[in-house]
Design a binder for this molecule. Structure first.
Ligand code: EPZ
Length: 416
């Protein structure tokens, strides 16, 4: 296992290129199961979750070739099984369910189970697919699904689930007739999947709204497609500029998709401006704490909650951070407290009181965005911070230590 050693206190300055989005690339990769022609994708980030997905796609019968962000997927004769060993390392594997049912009428996919940030059930995915004609049973920890031919349906989600909307979009693209998804997720990554499916010949209307209308087609065609830039990686680097008192130019920063984050950072006192091809972020003076509540898009993203909390640790005053999407996404709190942060948790809310300085300490990452928050805190802290279990970070940040080192951070990777 690797760890990151960070010597904090250097204001970061320079420019960083934002990579392709993990959470947009993953559903697009699974959508390739729907096609019988090759797909060529650009801007696919070189990340652990992407390689896990490629492994799974290979097992399902899709030959994948990945080189420097370019990916070719050649779907072949499909097999229905997504084994537990892969699914447990990456919950997004459940996104093969809809495409497999649409293409071959059966699937055997390990039930993902809980994870560090919460129980994360998939009941909404199954409910929707059942309304489209699929039948499921649970056997030895696997979801066994089958159907004759999926048909259109009206599906109202209990909550705007990102993965549920994506699974149903893919299934509906090849189903017979019309599907209406109500209370659908509006995250930009869902829209990227819709754009990909439309490019392949799918008939989808209402994208960007919570009511999506899909008319099934008989087949989809192979295309070339460029995955959108990663708004959460970009948001993390915006915070890196603020927490170190530096100035960063983020190339390919998806400014519109980050609006709620940028508005919060401006409320805290940061200057974030749109410039041609990206965004420029810096601090004009001391930052102040604000209140933040996570919400589905266009609300403040849960995937930026931990990073903004790290920033608030060093801002003036006090602020409340409420997590309303996942039930257990505060694992970074005790680690930030070990670095000198003043945070108190009460139910789904963390009360942060800014302190003058954080001090480096050995800390342990327990999820992807929490790991990012610890790296950010380490960049600002006095002394040395050692972040262990960096494999969490490697799931979602491409070459993070290289990108940070290139703008002045003193950061290196070591084997534990
Ligand atoms: C996606 O997860 C992202 N993952 C997450 O990114 C992100 O935090 C999350 O959306 C919310 O934006 C990928 O895109 C691969 P949900 P997903 O279904 O699809 C409940 C990261 O750090 N729910 O929108 O799993 C669920 O428990 C991560 O990159 C049900 O109850 O999230 C949660 O409380 C982690 N039943 C809420 O809905 C269901 O059937 C939102 O989950 C589905 C979801």
């Amino acid at each position: 296992m690797d760890k990151l050693i960070i010597e904090g206190g250097v204001p970061l300055t320079g420019s960083i290129e934002i990579s392709g989005s993990k959470n947009a690339a993953l559903p697009v990769l699974f959508a390739s199961i729907l096609l019988s022609e090759p797909v060529r994708l650009r801007n696919v980030p070189n990340l652990r979750d992407i390689h896990t997905t490629l492994k799974l796609l290979n097992m399902l019968g899709c030959a994948c070739e990945y080189q420097k962000g370019q990916l070719t997927i050649r779907p072949g004769c499909l097999l229905p099984e997504a084994p537990y060993d892969l699914v447990r390392t990456m919950r997004a594997s459940v996104l093969c369910l809809g495409p497999l049912l649409a293409r071959i009428g059966h699937a055997r996919v390990a039930l993902p189970g809980g994870c560090a940030i919460g129980a994360r059930p998939v009941d909404q995915h199954l409910k929707g697919l059942e309304l489209m004609g699929a039948r499921f049973k649970l056997e030895k920890g696997y979801i066994l699904g089958h159907c004759r031919k999926l048909h259109g349906a009206r599906v109202t989600f209990d909550m705007p689930t990102v993965g549920g909307t994506e699974n149903l979009l893919m299934a509906a693209a090849l189903a017979e007739g019309e599907t209406f998804l109500e209370n659908a997720a509006r995250e930009p990554e869902v829209m990227d999947l819709v754009n990909f499916l439309i490019a392949c010949g799918a008939r989808i209307e209402g994208q960007g709204t919570s009511r999506i209308h899909i008319t099934g087609v008989k087949a989809l065609r192979g295309v070339e497609y460029t995955v959108m830039p990663d708004r959460i990686e970009a948001g993390t680097f915006l915070v890196a500029a603020g927490i170190t008192g530096g100035e960063l130019l983020l190339r390919q920063c998806p400014v519109n998709e980050l609006e709620s984050v940028i508005l919060k950072l401006r409320d805290m006192g940061m200057i974030v401006s749109e410039v041609p091809g990206g965004a420029l972020a810096k601090c004009a003076g001391p930052l102040r704490c604000v209140d933040v509540t996570t919400n589905p898009y266009p609300g403040f993203p849960t995937d930026m909650q931990a990073q903004v909390m790290a920033l608030m640790c060093l801002a003036a005053g006090a602020g409340a951070v409420e997590e309303s999407v996942f039930e257990n996404r505060f694992m970074h709190v005790p680690e930030l407290v070990r670095m000198g942060g003043s945070i108190r948790i009460s139910g789904h809310t963390a009360m942060v009181r800014g302190v003058r300085r954080l001090t480096g300490a050995p800390v342990m990452a327990s999820d992807l965005r929490g790991a990012a928050a610890l790296v950010l805190a380490g960049l600002a802290a006095g002394g040395i911070t050692e972040v262990s279990r960096v494999y969490h970070l490697d799931r979602g940040y491409e070459s993070i230590e290289d990108k940070l080192a290139a703008v002045g951070a003193r950061i290196r990777r070591e084997k534990e």
